[in-house]
Design a protein around this ligand. Sequence first.
Ligand SMILES: Cc1cc2nc3c(=O)[nH]c(=O)nc-3n(C[C@H](O)[C@H](O)[C@H](O)COP(=O)(O)O)c2cc1C
Length: 226
Amino acid sequence: MTTLLRLDSSARRSRSLTRSLGDNFQREWERQRPQDRWITRDLASEPPAHISEDWISAAFTPATSRTPEQKTVLVPSDRLIDELEEADIILLNAPMYNSGMPSALKAWLDNVVRIGRTFSFDLARGDFPLEAMLSGKQMVLLTSAGEFGFAPGGVRHALDHLVPHVEAIRHYLGAGRLHVIRAEYQEFGDSRHENSVGEARAASMALAKKLARETGTRAPQKGSPT
Ligand SMILES: Cc1cc2nc3c(=O)[nH]c(=O)nc-3n(C[C@H](O)[C@H](O)[C@H](O)COP(=O)(O)O)c2cc1C
């Protein structure tokens, strides 16, 4: 059985394109592999708390030396990391907000990228002391923007701080590969938008089908580093 972690982050509950693309992906996956398990989190409805000074202090205290208060501070982060560890596929449905990701998704990232759980730190490794502790996952990012041209080679590529950010961090989530599908032109509401959404829907379903079929042919790997 494969486990998928679906994270929605659009503040819009109705008429959200990223939620709808996520539904396209999930429906197609369930058609291919109804036996699989979904863990779903609506980060916009229940945003993880921002990390605090107490959180940082607790995270950087070795687990065996933490006070009961420090353990309590880390409980929500522990739960989110447990879900991440269980996942083979991470599905991020994330609109572009102010050139980047929604703050609720950033809060989730800050809670799950944690020393001793998702990465280790050792100065013996020289200038690159961080090492991911999770591996074997794939990540899918279904995104939408009001403007257009954010993909590599596009007129606004330099303004895209969403995809490069997720790409920079995916390693610490154990994802060896990031698949990106974008809908654009939402603010224009014209045929370019219609076409872009149509293409993104088709691509989301095609990707779900492809990954679901591949999942059926390879042994799941999760948890431990390679
Ligand atoms: C707070 C906010 C900030 C946004 N910032 C940008 C932006 O920087 N660039 C852009 O192209 N679109 C921007 N948009 C437009 C959204 O990316 C677009 O409407 C997208 O479809 C929203 O996703 P959703 O339909 O899943 O809610 C912004 C929208 C909101 C609500």
